[in-house]
Design a protein around this ligand. Structure first.
Ligand code: N01
Length: 541
C-alpha cells in the first residue's frame, strides 16, 4: 500500500468481489457475479473492454481458433444474434463482438477503465482483500478474481541502444490505437512467433522494405481463412449447441480431437495422404485433430516436422532463405504452433529480407536502425513481436500479498504453485481465471475461461449456502496438483524445447511447464469431481 492510502485518507469501498480485467474472462465473471447477486467492481487497465483484443491491434492480428468456437456459449440468444463474417475473425471484429457483449448485457458500468491495480493485500484480521489502484481507488472485497489473461505482459527485450533509435518502435501486444502506416518505410520485425508470423505478410505488403530478424525458425500451418457464406452462417447457427458440446469435452476445446491412431502405425503413403488432407483443411486440426503420438513420440513428431519442412522448401524460392526458415533441433508443436496466411511465401518478395540471428546476432539498436555482428540495417520503424511473460507475468505484477504479507511472486520464485490452476495456498479467496496449472493456453481460450468462471461462481454459491467465508486449497492438494501437472508434461515432448510454455523466453524465469496438458475435457471432469466431492482439496472455513 502506498503511504498516502495507508494513511487512510481515501475511504475504501466495500464489495463482495473485485474482478481484474475486462477481456473475455472479466466480462463473463461480472455477468455471473451480478446474476448471483454479489456486489462487485471491475478494474481494467485499458480504456475499454476487450483484453487481448484491445491491446493486440498489430497488422494481421486475428484469432487462431474458428469464430464459431472463439466466442461465448453462455447465451444461446447471443449466439443467434451475432454473425461472424469469416472462419478466423480479425482483431477488429473480435473487439466489436466483445463490445457488443458488454453493451448487450450492460457490463461496462461494472468497470473502472484506465485503472491499473497496483496492490491487493489480504487483511487476515478481517478476511478481506484490500485492493488499490494507481488511480487512487481503494476497495475491500471478500473475493478477488483475476481475469488478466495469460499473454498480456508484453516483453521488449533488453537490447542496448533502444532509447537512441530515431524512428518509431512498437510491440505487437501494445499496439497504438491510431493507424500505423508503414507505407514508404523501411521496417524491421524482430520475432517469428504467432504475432510475427501473422504480421509479417501484412507489413510486407505495405512497407517499402521489410527486414525480418529471426532467432529461431518456426513451424507454421496455413490458416486458410475464408469468408462464411450466408448458408454456412445459418448452418453454424443451427448446429452451434452440438459444436459447443464437442468443444467442452475435447482435448483442446475444439470441435475435433486427436484420432485414436498412431502416425507410426501408418505406411508412408497413408501418412502423407492424411497429412495432405488435413493440411488442405487449414487450422490447428492438422496437428491437434490428427495422430495421438505426434507430441509424445519423437519418431512420430519427426515425421510431422519433415512434412512441414518439405512445405517450407516448396514455398520459398531461394534455397538459402528456405534453409534459414527451416526449423531444426526441436519437436514441432512444442513451441505454440502458429497459423499463417502466406508467411513463407512472403520471403519470395523483392522487398523482404530475412536475417538469421543465429548467424549474425543483433548487437545494438542504433539511431538509424539495428546493428548486427556484420552490418547496420537501416530502419525507419521497428516492430517487436517478441512475446510475453506468459501466465505468471500478468499475475506477478498485480502486487498480490497473501497471509503473512507474502507476495505471490515471492511464493512462486521457483515456479507457480496452484491447485487446478485456480487458487494458491496462502492467498484465501483469490481465484485466478486460467491461471498457471490450468489448460487455458493449450487450446481455445473462451472454452477454458467459461469453465473456470462457472466453477468459481458455483464455488462461491456453495460457500454462501454453507456459510463458509474462507476458501483456500490444502497444502496436499496443491502439491499433488503441481506434481500431476509436471508428470503429465514430462510424458510429452514439450519440456525439451525453449518456449514460453516453459518460461524459457524470460531471462531468469524458472524453467517449469506452465499449463496443464491433460486436455480440456479431462480437466473439466476433474473439476466436476472436485465439486461433487464437496470441493475436495479445498479448506472451507
Ligand atoms: O510471442 P512468442 P508471440 N531477439 O514468444 C523472438 C498467442 N498469440 O507474441 O523463439 C530476437 O511466441 C522469439 O525467438 P525465440 C499465442 O499463444 C495468439 O508471437 O525465443 N528474437 C520468437 O520468435 C502465441 O504463442 C495469437 O528464439 C527474440 C518471438 O520473438 C503467444 O501469444 C496471435 C528476442 C516471440 O514469439 C505469443 O506469441 C498471436 C530477442 N531478444 C499470439 N526475444 C492468435 O491466436 C524474443 N524473440 C491469433
Amino acid at each position: 500500500m502506498s503511504d498516502v492510502h495507508a494513511a487512510g485518507t481515501l475511504p475504501a469501498r466495500r464489495v463482495d468481489a473485485v474482478v481484474i480485467g475486462a477481456g473475455f474472462a472479466g466480462l463473463y465473471a461480472v455477468y455471473k457475479l451480478r446474476a448471483m447477486g454479489l456486489s462487485h467492481v471491475g478494474f481494467e487497465q485499458g480504456g475499454g473492454v476487450g483484453g487481448t483484443w484491445y491491446w493486440n491491434r498489430y497488422p494481421g492480428a486475428s484469432s487462431d481458433s474458428e469464430s464459431w468456437v472463439y466466442s461465448y456459449t453462455f447465451s444461446p440468444e447471443l449466439e443467434q444474434a451475432w454473425t461472424w463474417s469469416c472462419r478466423f475473425p480479425g482483431q477488429a471484429e473480435i473487439l466489436s463482438y466483445l463490445e457488443h457483449v458488454a453493451e448487450r448485457f450492460d457490463l461496462r458500468p461494472a468497470f473502472s477503465f484506465n485503472t491499473r491495480v497496483i496492490a491487493a493485500v489480504f487483511d487476515e484480521a478481517r478476511n478481506l482483500w484490500q485492493v488499490e489502484t494507481a488511480q487512487g481507488d481503494r476497495v475491500e472485497a471478500q473475493f478477488l478474481i483475476t481475469a488478466v489473461g495469460c499473454l498480456s505482459s508484453a516483453q521488449v527485450p533488453q537490447i542496448p541502444g533502444l532509447e537512441s533509435f530515431g524512428g518509431k518502435w512498437y510491440h505487437t501486444g501494445h499496439w497504438p490505437h491510431e493507424d500505423v502506416d508503414f507505407s514508404g518505410l523501411k521496417v524491421g520485425v524482430i520475432g517469428t512467433g504467432s504475432s510475427g508470423i501473422q504480421s509479417i505478410p501484412v507489413i510486407a505488403r505495405q512497407a517499402a522494405h521489410l527486414t525480418v530478424f529471426q532467432r529461431t525458425p518456426n513451424f507454421s500451418v496455413p490458416a486458410r481463412n475464408a469468408p462464411l457464406s450466408s448458408e454456412q452462417q445459418a448452418e453454424l447457427k443451427r448446429n452451434i449447441r452440438e459444436i459447443r458440446e464437442t468443444c467442452r469435452w475435447s482435448t483442446i476445446g475444439q470441435p475435433y480431437d486427436l484420432k485414436p491412431v498412431d502416425a507410426l502405425s501408418l505406411s508412408p503413403a497413408e501418412l502423407r495422404a492424411q497429412f495432405e488432407a488435413d493440411w488442405a483443411k487449414g487450422g490447428f486440426e492438422w496437428m491437434f485433430g490428427s495422430f495421438r503420438d505426434l507430441l509424445v513420440d519423437p519418431r512420430a513428431n519427426a515425421l510431422a516436422a519433415d512434412f512441414v519442412r518439405g512445405k517450407i522448401r516448396d514455398a520459398v524460392t531461394d534455397p538459402d532463405t528456405a534453409r534459414k526458415l527451416t526449423p531444426t533441433g526441436y519437436p514441432i508443436g512444442t513451441k505454440r504452433l502458429p497459423l499463417d496466411a502466406d508467411y513463407f511465401e512472403t520471403f519470395n518478395r523483392d522487398n523482404v529480407r530475412l536475417i538469421d540471428l543465429r548467424e549474425t546476432p543483433i548487437e545494438a539498436i542504433v539511431p538509424d536502425g539495428i546493428r548486427t555482428s556484420v552490418e547496420t540495417v537501416s530502419l525507419d520503424a521497428i516492430v517487436f513481436a517478441t512475446g510475453f511473460d506468459a501466465m505468471t507475468g500478468p499475475l506477478n505484477r498485480l502486487g498480490i500479498r497473501g497471509r503473512g504479507g507474502v507476495g505471490l511472486s515471492a511464493k512462486w520464485t521457483a515456479g507457480p504453485q496452484t491447485y487446478l490452476g485456480l487458487c494458491t495456498r496462502g492467498f484465501p479467496n483469490l481465484f485466478m481465471v486460467t491461471g498457471p496449472g490450468s489448460p487455458s493456453v493449450l487450446g481455445n481460450m473462451p472454452t477454458s475461461i467459461e469453465q473456470h468462471v462457472d466453477f468459481i461462481c458455483d464455488f462461491l454459491a456453495h460457500a454462501r449456502a454453507t456459510g463458509a467465508t474462507l476458501i483456500e486449497p490444502t497444502a496436499e492438494a496443491e502439491a499433488e496438483w503441481g506434481a500431476h501437472v509436471k508428470e503429465l508434461a514430462a510424458g510429452t515432448l514439450f519440456p525439451q524445447t525453449d518456449s514460453w510454455y516453459m518460461g524459457a523466453n524470460i531471462p531468469g524465469k524458472p524453467r517449469v511447464f506452465l499449463p496443464y496438458i491433460g486436455g480440456f475435457g479431462t480437466y473439466r471432469q476433474l473439476c466436476q469431481a472436485v465439486a461433487e466431492r464437496g470441493y475436495e482439496g479445498f479448506c472451507l472455513s
